[in-house]
Ligand binder design. Sequence first.
Ligand code: CA
Length: 451
Amino acid sequence: MWLLLSVCVFCLLGCSAGQDRATLWRGNDHSGRCQYTFTVPSPSETSCSPTVSGGPEMEGLKARLSLLEVLVARLTGGEIGGPGAGLQEALTQAMGERILLQGEKARLERDVEGLQRRMEEMRRETERLQSRPCYPQSPLLPPSIPLQDSGLRPAGDPAWQYGGNPVLQELKAEVTEIPAPSPEGREDSTGCGELISIGEPVSHRKADSIAGKYGVWMQDPEAVAPYGGKMVWRIDTVGSEVRQLFGYEDIDQLSKGFPSKVLLLPEPVESTGATLYRGSLYYQRRRSRTLLRYDLASESIAARRDLPHAGFHGQFPYSWGGYTDVDLGVDEQGLWAVYSTNKAKGVIVVSQLDPHSLAVKRSWETSIRKTSVANAFVICGRLYTVASYTAANTTINFMFDTATGQGKEVALPFRNKYRYNSMVDYNHAQRKLFAWDNFHIVSYDVRLGRQ
Ligand code: CA
């Protein structure tokens, strides 16, 4: 900078080199400091009086000095605060942004690495699950296996082997709780109702001697000790002195022909009308209208009573004959007797009996002749009659409702598979008809409608 200033000064000196009267004085000022004085005579002025001061040369010199001041200002402080400061600021800003971008790049790279690790873990988990065998769902599965545990349990863990999806188990539980609709839409499997249909006979045992051509078999629908509800009882009624009562532990033992109990009744049995109820055998004594209650536990007669005016020993039998004058049966409402009297002139009389004393509690007289039907049974207080004991395909042809005292003809198909049906009774515990058809001990499923 000082070099440029010296050049300018010598230039100015050069410009006035042609004027020989220029002088340079050197001396101390009033304070003693050394002072240089440079003088140049004006080429056109002879005096420094105010009237003649200025002129073109002075103006030219002022202009050159102003130009020199601008150049010096640019070379010194002027350039520092100019365009360079903007560049420096832009450079500083760019550097800051670069640092920020580098930080953002590092963060994104970390995120990518994290996602790659998770993808690898999921891939390995998928391979592990695919390599394991599938175990079937079990209805015995404990219902509280958490879903989040399913992929973490070892293969040998029983809980894992039974699966663990509570959602599926709840769906299964919901499905199993929905009852299937009955074909007729009127079936009542828990309560009483009118008989709708009777199934095909199922044979449990064929008697192996002539003594079993006809007879009666029973299960106590409301059994008491010492015999349970599975105990099956049987009386072969061929002969004039029927007194043997065979007991079987269950229906399988009956089918195999292995009785576990044989009781000798104190008084002989008439025909096939006996029944079991609450630990007692109820039957008609031979050649009489006397009813007996035989207690199975004490093996003795617990009650006896004549059935008032009842015909007996062939007076009002079923069409089959066989001295079937008095037919006893049990249903949901208790103990019943089906018979006839002279007063009733042969039509069926149905009476509800007191099971303890055998007294008649109430009687109804129907409109169907007893000798015209093959057999009868009571379901839910309704008496039903079988049309034929020999026709393979016959019907339930009459129903009498003790609740209303009204009877009506019906036509429910009924099958005598062995064509000699000597006994038909209802068991409400099994909801079946028990029958004895030509040596065969058989049963029928029944369907009841709603009340
Ligand atoms: Ca009967």
